[in-house]
Write a protein that binds this ligand. Structure first.
Ligand SMILES: [Zn+2]
Length: 318
């Protein structure tokens, strides 16, 4: 009998990862390709189709492909459309799941990338035994997926869990979404870069980061500088953790989770982010929740792992 697999797709603004995954989370084949987010949507479809044929070809007599699971920005779970994803030039509404269904002739299910990360943690990761938790992805932006009683919280339009765009500073930093003061303008790789440049303007202290311009600097460089004791980088992580902890205390009050799991580029700094975040969250938690919420780093974080959540979505819904 042929082995049953699904195609898991992690669609990002820069790269897309696709992998064939079995029920146990084993990745049989994997490829990463350029998303071409600034070109027309059909160009992406064409690349996806080529990659799909290339990774499934060698297995075609041994596997049975049950369907496709996709994690992508701003996806409406119910329609499979990408809605107003601001890093893409694919139009206001992109029929992501319907178009892939037509192209690959397989059933397709899609939801936003942070929801997919949450499913990945629940099925294959650190949340395997958990019932109520949230996953925050701290990358270029900030995404969040919320699981209640082992079900993804989807909301009326399948768009629930947009923590990146809760307000932390009235009239604060301008956000890509058109609002100002959103959480992701502070707590994300982009956010901490903005903080570093603000601190370099405000402080006279020496910093290795002063040698870089805005476009050269990335999250890993800031994390490494902080780990090496750079005062600006360290202060930037403390500032970031402080804001994140404040909003996590709010999140805990909304749905009483047992854990909040952090993942993404910003978490490479580990304790430099975790410690101020935990302190800030604990200081602002409603007393009934104190000592009950664990703040954890993701256990799935490798390149191949990006497709596991999308595969979990496919296994759950197809
Ligand atoms: Zn925003």
């Amino acid at each position: 009998m042929n082995q049953e697999v699904v195609l898991g797709i992690d669609l990002g603004g820069t790269n897309t990862k696709a992998g064939l995954v079995d029920k146990n989370g084993k990745v049989l084949a994997f490829e990463r390709f350029n998303t071409h987010a600034k070109e027309e949507f059909p160009i992406f479809l064409e690349h996806l189709s080529i990659v799909f044929n290339r990774i499934s070809g060698p297995f075609k007599d041994q596997i049975s492909i049950k369907g496709v699971g996709i994690g992508a920005p701003n996806v409406n779970f119910y329609t499979g459309n990408m809605e107003r994803a601001h890093n893409f030039s694919w139009g206001e509404i992109t029929p992501l799941a319907p178009a892939i269904h037509e192209k690959l002739n397989l059933p397709v299910v899609a939801t936003n990338d942070a929801n997919v990360a949450a499913l990945g943690e629940m099925v294959f990761g650190i949340a395997r035994e958990m019932k109520n938790f949230a996953v925050l992805t701290l990358g270029t932006g900030l995404g969040s997926g919320i699981v209640v009683d082992r079900k993804l919280l989807l909301g009326q339009d399948g768009l629930a869990g947009e923590m990146g765009h809760v307000n932390v500073r009235p009239d604060g930093r301008n956000c890509n979404c058109g609002l100002s003061g959103c959480l992701e303008t502070y707590v994300s790789v982009t956010g901490i870069k903005r903080t570093v440049f603000k601190l370099m303007a405000d402080r006279k202290v020496d910093s290795i980061l002063r040698g870089y311009n805005y476009h050269e600097l990335d999250g890993e460089m800031i994390a490494q500088a902080a780990l090496d004791g750079d005062p600006i980088a360290k202060e930037a992580f403390t500032y970031t953790g402080n804001i994140l902890g404040t909003k996590l205390a709010d999140l805990v009050a909304y749905f009483n989770p047992e854990a909040v799991i952090l993942t993404g580029g910003l978490t490479h700094a580990r304790d430099l982010l975790l410690v101020p975040t935990q302190e800030s969250m604990d200081a602002r938690l409603f007393p009934a929740f104190r000592g009950k919420v664990r703040l954890l780093l993701s256990s799935v974080g490798g390149a191949h792992d990006a497709v596991l959540g999308a595969a979990a979505l496919a296994w759950q819904h197809l």
